[in-house]
Design a protein around this ligand. Structure first.
Ligand code: COA
Length: 339
């Protein structure tokens, strides 16, 4: 046997051994996957059973509370307290279990599983979402800047609006996936992105004319400002994400509800004036468009639809931001020592 062949045979033997090992590992992996999916369906059905029984027992507790002795009432109160916190525990558990997609995700993605099964991948997905937002926001900022100061073609406006539609649609999908994975994004922010997509879509169809040109600069300046504020917001939110992760305080996708750190208040108080200014700019845009819609030469339906979108955005953003700040103030006052 030649020396060359000997080498090949030795190499092949080593490869064969490694292949056998790989086969064994893969077999174990499939077995564990099978066990995992059984455990997942066990947990899911156990949670729905628990929910049902919890409902029944809370009805019973309610009935028994009436006319019970002081001692019994104390025990019933303890049970009531425990019942109250259970749904939250189920929510936390479900963030790590596969579940059926909601209507929107089923329509867009079909019935594919989007649950991420460990904290690291949840964090990585959220992190990537923040980076995507920041990257697109910077592109939008540059584009609005160019359209505002340098080029005044309808074609470039169309590209900007198309980019906005695509951006907001993508955000709604990513946010639905985040919500499936336990994120506490308020429904309004997702709805905000639907409305913004509609607004940019309508702007896209607004025919060229005198009225379009009157509103164009105001809209571009607003887009420029909004992108700037969104950059600040992304910076604040990824700061929260990194800091809390480093402190090891994160629970699932929960950024700030538990243990909102005092340094974050600095970020928030810095951000809030910019946010509120942006909200009033939206109100101003809405009112300007409604005034424009009353002009006799105004024939375009886009004027009042855009005006309505801006007013909805203003109301939703303003009241949700006020509610978020109030809620944060309340938790801060409740836990002054932890800050
Ligand atoms: N878009 C997307 N997600 C948002 C969001 C927004 N505007 N505001 C909050 N969230 C997410 C957070 O990332 C967090 O997610 P997580 O559970 O996955 O960690 C969750 O919602 C809960 O966050 P919350 O504690 O309520 O708020 P926050 O500290 O992250 O942010 C604000 C607070 C006020 C800075 C933020 O809500 C905000 O920027 N709002 C204003 C947006 C706006 O008005 N834009 C228009 C500007 S002109």
């Amino acid at each position: 046997m030649s020396e060359n062949l000997k080498n090949i045979l030795e190499e092949w033997k080593g490869l064969e051994e490694e292949y056998q090992q790989l086969q064994e590992t893969h077999r174990m992996y499939l077995k564990k996957l099978d066990e995992l999916s059984k455990l997942q369906s066990n947990c899911s059905s156990s949670i729905s059973r628990q929910r049902k029984r919890l409902n029944e027992i809370s009805q019973l507790v309610k009935k028994s509370s009436k006319g019970s002795s002081e001692e019994d009432a104390k025990i019933l109160d303890e049970i009531k307290e425990k019942i109250k916190i259970r749904p939250n525990a189920f929510f936390q558990m479900e963030a790590f279990l596969p579940k059926k997609n909601g209507l929107y995700l089923s329509l867009v993605l079909g019935n594919v599983n989007v649950t991420l099964f460990n904290k690291q991948s949840k964090f990585a997905y959220k992190d990537e979402y923040e980076k995507f937002k920041l990257c697109l926001t910077v592109i939008l900022l540059l584009f609005s800047f160019i359209c505002y100061f340098f080029v005044s073609y309808r074609f470039s406006d169309v590209i900007l609006n198309f980019l906005l539609v695509w951006y907001y649609c993508t955000l709604t999908i990513r946010e639905s996936i985040l919500i499936t994975n336990g994120s506490r994004i308020k429904g309004w922010w997702v709805f905000h992105h639907y409305i913004s997509a509609v607004l940019s879509g309508v702007m896209l169809t607004w025919p060229e004319g005198n009225l379009y040109h009157i509103f164009r600069n105001q809209f571009l300046a607003y887009s420029l400002y909004q992108s700037f504020v969104q950059c600040l917001q992304c910076y604040y939110q990824s700061g929260c994400l990194y800091r809390l992760r480093a402190l090891g305080e994160r629970h699932n996708m929960d950024l700030t509800v538990e243990g909102f750190q005092s340094w974050m208040w600095k970020g928030l108080t810095f951000l809030l004036p910019f946010l509120f200014f942006g909200h009033f700019w939206q109100l101003f845009n809405g009112l300007s468009l409604f005034r424009m819609a009353q002009l006799p030469e105004c024939k375009e339906w886009q004027v009042s639809v855009c005006g309505l979108c801006f007013l909805i955005l203003f109301a939703g953003n303003f009241f949700t931001t006020v509610a978020v700040v109030r809620q944060k103030l309340k938790t801060r006052n409740q836990k002054p020592k932890s800050l």
